[in-house]
Design a protein around this ligand. Structure first.
Ligand SMILES: [Zn+2]
Length: 321
């Protein structure tokens, strides 16, 4: 089987926001898959910029590909509509069969393509909680039942909060590290020990403010805990690869955690003063950070990404989670 071929690193394209695209979903026909080499046999695949209103900097969620003679191990599956483009990009790296996939979490930009890959014979690993979330999705915002997921998208091998699941392939040791409820109730970090890289999923993001999906079991407390455990796990040079945004290092987590703690403290203080959610949103508690957080004031849900974050902090503190 062919060894991984060297591919050029392609810089993230310039941000292009089309106001007309905002109201719609992703324009899949415009999305290209960009390949970035992380280590001799480890590659990251991202969607191009400007075609996914929810992720203007890079469409969908980032995919990881570990290639070599033992076959391919993948992290996440992107939107289902992009599977053909993802497969074409993987074929440029290696023609070895794709054997395994691990999901960082349930969101459709990370698991949408699961069923397509499962039908090709790929065995999917994920948290038990993720499988449960797929089987019993929360109702939609309008109260209607969520459409059932294709049964083929369900992970076949599941695990709980114990020791990491280890895979030994292509001279690499891959650790599937369970994370207590953070971005969702079923998060996993995927560490490549020899490449010194960790795919950390979405509990950290540097495009927009933190997003904790409380409908799918996420908690702010868990996200803070996940940041702490990542700081312990990573060395100073470890590449930390989020599901969206730029690749970072351990030192970058510190101001991010401090920002969350500062916003949390301000919201807590306003709750103690009896302020309503509307009053807290009007106080713009993220203002000191808005200039530094790319995409922080772009639309997300009912308001901006900052509003969504503050609303989540408020309701979590209110309910005492
Ligand atoms: Zn996500």
């Amino acid at each position: 089987m062919k060894a991984a071929r060297h591919l050029p690193v392609v810089a993230v394209a310039v941000l292009a926001i089309s106001a007309s695209a905002r109201a719609q979903g992703p324009d899949y026909s415009k999305i290209e898959i960009i390949v970035e080499k992380i280590a001799p046999n480890l590659f990251m695949l991202s969607g191009s910029a400007g075609a996914d209103p929810g992720h203007q900097d890079a469409a969908g969620g980032r995919i990881g590909v570990l290639a070599g003679p033992d076959g391919i191990f993948m992290v996440d599956a992107q939107y289902a509509q992009l599977t053909d483009k993802v497969l074409a990009a993987i074929k440029q790296i290696s023609t070895a069969p794709i054997r395994f996939m691990a999901n960082t979490h349930i969101h459709i930009d990370h698991t949408g393509g699961n069923a397509n890959f499962a039908r090709m014979g790929v065995t999917i690993f994920a948290r038990e909680e993720l499988r449960e979330e797929m089987l019993h999705p929360p109702p939609l915002a309008n109260g209607n039942a969520a459409p059932a997921r294709d049964p083929a998208s369900l992970p076949v091998v599941t695990y709980g909060m114990g020791a990491p699941v280890k895979l030994h392939m292509n001279g690499e040791v891959i650790d599937l590290i369970p994370v207590r409820a953070a971005h969702t109730g079923g998060d996993t970090m995927i560490r490549f020990e020899n490449a010194n890289a960790i795919m950390i999923g979405d509990f950290y993001r540097n495009y927009g403010y933190p997003y904790i999906d409380t409908n799918n079991g996420g908690t702010l407390k868990g996200a803070l805990e996940a940041l702490d455990s990542t700081m312990k796990l990573a060395g100073p040079d470890t590449k930390l690869i989020p599901g969206h945004g730029t690749i970072i290092h351990r030192a970058d987590l510190v101001p991010y955690r401090d920002m969350i703690l500062d916003v949390q403290a301000k919201v807590q203080q306003m709750i103690a003063q009896g302020k309503t959610l509307q009053e807290v949103l009007a106080a713009k508690v993220t203002a000191p950070y808005d200039a530094k957080v790319a995409g922080g004031l772009l639309p997300a849900g009912a308001g901006t990404s900052a509003d969504r974050f503050v609303t989540m902090v408020y309701s979590e503190l209110k309910t005492g989670k």
